[in-house]
Ligand binder design. Sequence first.
Ligand code: ZN
Length: 253
Amino acid sequence: MIRRFCSFCLVAVFVFSATAAFAQDRPFHVLAFYSTNVEQDHVDFAMQAIPFFQAVAKRDHFDFKATSNWNDMNPDTLKQYQVVLWLDDAPSTAAQRVAFQNYMEHGGAWLGFHIAGWMDNREVWPWFADFLGTMFSGNSWPPLPATVTIDDPTSPIVKSLPHSFLSPANEWYSWKPDPRQTPGIKVLMTLAPSNFPIGFKDTLVGGDIPVTWTNTKYKMIYTNMGHGDKILTSAVQNRFFENALLWLGGREQ
Ligand code: ZN
């Protein structure tokens, strides 16, 4: 009887382990959108981000494709992908915007970098302003490194990161309203007070300036990094980009 029970245990453990391993390695498909006719510093980031994420995809066993055709933002194409990235631009036509909204409202996932969150007129795309939880207010110039602090170390998206780290040179944005005050927004990273004032030509003088957040009504992460060719030079920050994409792809962290 004891012998039979143990055999059952072994089978159960084996099945559980196999299921866990399957979930951990579950394949998913990522489509990254980028443009080459936008601000050069943003193109520079996109051109480095594509091979970076290709390497991550190989290591973590998911599928990664990139396209500069924003008309791929259509229902037939989007339904083939579990995660969409905007590396250096945003949809510009009504059809692209509606396709993205429907995708996100039906279980799609999104990782947006830097200029992806740039919108200073709500009327351009009201749904996106609500989705992001805020709008662009100001920026720092020239690009400078900044200390970023982690808001919630228990979040699976950032839990493996140190409490704070030096994020490589970037043009930093400020926001209005403060996304931390928007219902449903969970801030993950914030510019540390020690950075201020940051910038010379354009200066952010202080206040609460979130850098990375998620709107908990959707499967989405916005992160302000993404300007210039230094963004991917921090191993810590790169780990965040990798974790963020795996979390969006449904992998356990
Ligand atoms: Zn920029």
